[in-house]
Design a binder for this molecule. Structure first.
Ligand code: ASP
Length: 325
């Protein structure tokens, strides 16, 4: 199967943010809703950056906005696992300090990115990642918003679950991200945000419900620092796509390593996705696909994807707010 690689870039000093709402075969009938969801999220990030919020606060609030919407595979509206339940993953990282927090396979936490952020804020580095019940107990103790797990499920995902259940033998998680993906398997729209303030400080966050019909307890790249998200003093990255492959090539942190070697951000995101495509292959022989956002401390940013589509948007003072799917 021939690979199509799409990319774009923008540059300029000052604050900036980039957002994604997942890289996959996004069906035509949900494009308008994706654009609305991106616009709403980018506007929140823009307002927060203009108010002087830290990049860490910006990425947390942008991702929480997308988790609340029901449009994306994150928070409310996430895809269901094989038991018909939602299990959520999220991670957030501060480039200035290398502090991060992540939660995985959680239930009942309305905003996993806020639970990840509380772990980051705990500050002493004793615990950075919590899974399932441990994460839920932590979120409860932190008085974060807890809901019945059922309340995170929407009709769209119930329907998808019922359809997939009848034909699981034919489906592989990597299929969601390929051209011609079976429609009922096409639903993995993870969200992510990277941001820079006017001093060049950086942060990254990613949140997901994972891949369709995943086994209970399955964790992909999204809550793994270095894989689905990463930030340092020099770069910030958020990834989306086939999580098992993204984790195998530690897509986010290796992209930032390439920036440190002096490579231009757009060249980095293109080359890293091509490398993943060649390095990780599914049982049908198809190379892994996905999407990636990357920003450096000097004002350069880029995005790329090898899936049929990626929902993306951004803002910086000169360009204003934009969204594309
Ligand atoms: N990377 C996510 C996962 O594998 C899914 C996605 O980005 O759509 O859990």
């Amino acid at each position: 199967m021939s690979l199509s690689l799409h990319s774009g870039a923008f540059g300029g000093t000052g604050p900036a943010l980039l957002v994604h709402g997942g890289a996959w075969a996004i069906p035509d009938e949900v494009l308008a809703d994706h654009r609305r969801g991106l616009r709403e999220a980018v506007a929140v990030g823009r307002d927060r950056l203009q108010d002087g919020a830290t990049p860490l606060d910006v990425v947390t609030d942008v991702v929480a906005t997308m988790e609340a919407r029901g449009t994306f595979d994150a928070g409310t509206g996430a895809m269901l696992n094989q038991d018909g339940e939602v299990e959520l993953d999220a991670g957030v990282m501060d480039g200035a300090t290398l502090d991060y927090g992540a939660v995985m396979a959680t239930q009942r936490i309305a905003h996993p990115v806020r639970a990840a952020r509380r772990l980051l804020d705990a500050g002493d580095g004793r615990v950075r990642m919590l899974a399932s019940e441990g994460a839920e107990r932590f979120a409860e103790a932190e008085e974060l918003t807890m809901v019945e797990n059922e309340a995170l499920i929407c009709d769209r995902e119930r329907d998808r679950y019922e359809t997939i259940r009848r034909r699981t033998d034919e489906l592989h998680p990597s299929h969601s991200f390929l051209p011609g993906a079976p429609r009922e398997n096409s639903g993995a729209d993870t969200v992510g945000c990277i941001a820079r303030d006017k001093e060049g400080r950086l942060a990254a966050a990613t949140s997901t419900g994972g891949t369709p019909f995943k086994p209970p307890g399955r964790v992909g790249d999204s809550p793994l620092p270095g894989a689905g998200f990463y930030a340092t003093e020099s770069g910030a990255a958020s990834a989306t796509g086939w999580g098992e492959a993204i984790a195998a090539v530690t897509l986010a942190s290796r992209s930032i390593d390439d920036l440190d070697d002096g490579t231009d951000p757009e060249a980095v995101v293109r080359d890293r996705l091509l490398h993943m495509h060649e390095a990780v292959v599914n049982p049908d022989g198809d190379g892994a696909t996905g999407g990636l956002l990357l920003m450096d401390t000097n004002g350069q940013a880029a995005w790329a994807y090898t899936t049929p589509r990626m929902a993306r948007g951004g803002w910086r003072p000169g360009d204003g707010l934009w969204v594309e799917v």
